[in-house]
Design a protein around this ligand. Structure first.
Ligand code: T5A
Length: 220
């Protein structure tokens, strides 16, 4: 007898600061729910009780961290999230949508902090094995436009205090990841008006829904 794969689907959202991930995460969760899909929404760093404490430490502008410490804490938060939330949800047949995942470590610590991809890949292999999102939506926007969108927001976290050159390296590193794993990524032009961005996201979601016909659906 052929085994039936009822595993849910894991989507991640990536991009440099202010590209609209949080705004569009809400849209994604609503769209999938309207299609009868049970969705677990999460974020990185964070998403678990311990992970949210690690997030507070990572983003606190008064805390000075070594780059290695920052990378290790990202993976500590990720280990908790994957084992306690993401993998159990997928095993139930639920979908998981995460505001950032491991690609952010490649982009921010590997690229932005210039630790290199190899060191991040070693931790990825140790903590996650081969586990990765099924599909990653990369919201792409010139760095300065993203930073401008955040300019009205009061206060900056520890990473938002970085220079434009840092975020330029982050964006380049994301594009390097996309070039290495093109089958997993969908690039969304985040410079367009929100309604157009959401049309592009909807097209990706429709494609992914078609690819996962066996996912358990709830009645609306
Ligand atoms: N990090 C994370 C690492 O360094 N390594 C890692 O491994 C991981 C996982 C997380 C920080 O941690 C770093 C990356 C980050 O620096 P965070 O608070 O989650 O911190 O930061 P961000 O993920 O960057 O979240 P932001 O809230 O800053 O940006 P978003 O979520 O991308 O943007 P959003 O949705 O809040 O939108 C920003 C503004 O733009 C408007 C929105 O209304 C909002 O005002 N907007 C648009 N305006 C015009 N046109 C559109 N299309 C728009 N879309 C949104």
């Amino acid at each position: 007898m052929t085994a039936v794969d009822t595993r849910g689907c894991f989507l991640s959202l990536e991009g440099v600061e202010g590209v609209g991930k949080t705004t569009n995460l809400k849209y994604i969760v609503e769209y999938l729910s309207e299609h009868g899909i049970t969705v677990v929404q999460t974020r990185e760093p964070g998403g678990t009780l311990s992970g949210e404490r690690i997030r507070d430490l990572l983003l606190d502008p008064t805390v000075d961290l070594l780059d290695d410490t920052e990378l290790l804490l990202m993976f500590a938060s990720r280990a908790e999230l994957v084992k306690k939330t993401i993998q159990p949800a997928l095993a139930r047949g639920d979908w998981v949508v995460s505001d950032r995942f491991t690609d952010a470590s490649f982009a921010y610590q590997g690229g932005g902090r210039q630790l290199g991809f190899q060191r991040v890949a070693a931790l990825e292999s140790w903590v996650l094995g081969t586990f990765k999102p099924d599909t990653t939506l990369f919201l792409d926007l010139p760095v300065q436009q993203g930073l401008d969108r955040l300019s009205e927001r009061p206060g900056k976290d520890r990473i938002e205090l970085e220079s434009t050159a840092f975020f330029d390296r982050v964006r380049v590193a994301y594009h390097q990841r996309i070039a290495e794993q093109p089958e997993r990524f969908r690039i969304i032009d985040a410079s367009l008006p929100l309604s157009d961005v959401q049309q592009s996201i909807k097209a990706v979601l429709d494609e992914v829904i078609r690819q996962h016909p066996l996912t358990t659906r709830h009645a609306n």
